[in-house]
Write a protein that binds this ligand. Structure first.
Ligand SMILES: CC(C)(COP(=O)(O)OP(=O)(O)OC[C@H]1O[C@@H](n2cnc3c(N)ncnc32)[C@H](O)[C@@H]1OP(=O)(O)O)[C@@H](O)C(=O)NCCC(=O)NCCS
Length: 162
């Protein structure tokens, strides 16, 4: 026996997805390549994302990922990374929501100190309560991450603690 309902949608126009409707949630493995493309489009490192992907959050609009942020765990310290919003979805508060969610996730997994590297969004993070700090005050385990290596090679970086 089957409990399938009859398909009454035949011949009906397909419902259009509302592009302004956003969903936020933990990233699933199937989202990995799309997230990497999004980061690459904004020149952010993406080759080292996979090992940390369980601590990534994405914003979706319809079937597309339009924003992402992640965290790398290092004991009670965390590296906030990969904050990125698709260009055509910027300035709608998506990064704001992603940051709030990842900060809350950090708290839930026992991270008490957050650091980040940025050369382009210092003022953005300053508004979120981050302040600039010297690289040598960052815990050694964080300084040894691939993010630090990639960023140091690619450009000058600032870092901040919350
Ligand atoms: C930075 C970024 C994530 C912001 O995303 P967003 O969803 O547009 O951000 P929000 O809508 O939450 O906030 C927009 C506000 O931040 C400001 N803002 C955006 N980028 C900024 C930057 N680089 N520096 C300072 N302020 C910035 C906007 O001017 C806007 O200000 P307003 O509200 O006073 O008008 C997005 O611009 C991005 O993906 N940039 C490329 C990748 C990047 O630089 N990531 C951060 C490095 S880790």
């Amino acid at each position: 026996m089957s409990n399938q309902q009859p398909d009454t949608s035949a011949g009906q126009p397909r419902e259009r997805r509302d592009e302004s409707f956003l969903e936020f949630g933990v990233a699933t493995r199937s989202a990995l390549s799309e997230v990497k493309r999004l980061l690459a489009d904004s020149d952010l490192p993406q080759s080292d994302v996979e090992p940390h992907f369980d601590d990534f959050i994405v914003a979706r609009s319809g079937d597309s990922i339009v924003g992402v942020v992640g965290i790398e765990r290092h004991g009670r310290s965390g590296l906030l990374r990969s904050l990125c919003v698709r260009r055509d979805f910027r300035r709608r508060g998506i990064a704001e929501q992603l940051c709030a969610l990842i900060e809350s996730h950090a708290g839930n997994i026992g991270i008490s100190e957050l650091y980040l590297l940025t050369t382009t969004a210092e003022r953005y993070f300053a508004k979120r309560g981050f302040s600039e700090c010297a690289r040598d005050v960052v815990p050694t385990s964080l300084r040894q991450t691939q993010q630090f290596y990639l960023c140091a090679r690619a450009r000058r970086c600032a870092c901040g603690a919350q």
